[in-house]
Design a protein around this ligand. Sequence first.
Ligand SMILES: [Zn+2]
Ligand SMILES: [Zn+2]
Length: 271
Amino acid sequence: MPDNWPLAVRSVSSRSFASLFSAIFPDECRVCESPLQEISRVPVCFKCLHAPKPLIADYFCASCRTPFLNDAPLDENGLCGLCRRGVNGFDLAYSFGAYEDELRKLIHLFKYQKIKTLAKPLGDFLVRSIPLDQRFDLVTPMPLHWLRQLERGFNQSELLARPLAKRLNVPLSSALLRARATPSQAGLTHAKRRANVAGAFRVSNREKLAGKRILLVDDVLTTGATAGAAAAALKRAGAKHVTVLTLARVDRRPLWLDASGGKKSESVGAS
Ligand SMILES: [Zn+2]
Ligand SMILES: [Zn+2]
């Protein structure tokens, strides 16, 4: 601003600049509410951005990676009951952390508060969760029904999957589509969730999927019913192998855990 402008104009302008600035760059961490020390497009402090830790467990299914408190639910091949019965439609599932605390808050800010700049730091968690020995031919985001996407303005899984595909140097495929909107899965039993999403997905281009190893990207794995239905549609279209990759998974162990807790040692993700 020129020095020769009247003082009052300069003071009003700098005030409005400051309020505009704080509207674009909030001064408070949106997770812990502490003052932000640095100017960033991500309105979350360094501590909260780096707080999520990989999910760890002593026992987990070799296929869906569900963590367990002991080995009772697992057979001699390390498979849980659902995987044994072939109920999960995918081959493998990896998640970075448990869907709680800061990770849950970050996902909510990203998805519901629409802070799209979180796609980058959240995407870094996904990269850390991919097993080093796995190779993929295609990366596919979990599709949203078009009406839901119109409502939200974006598909959070696509924002995560696109840079991931680039980083893995693998094409991004949008062949998987949501054929119908499904009612909320909240409060439904596992079987009802599966029934709710059965037939909810279709594939637009079968030729592109035939024989392919696919990495299906989503934000949260709850029971795996939605991911399973999506994976089943990919398999029906000829996909050879489907790995599900999510930022977080719902960890039910705290519900089963006795007060003494469990010794935790092994990372469920691949990081
Ligand atoms: Zn914070
Ligand atoms: Zn399993």
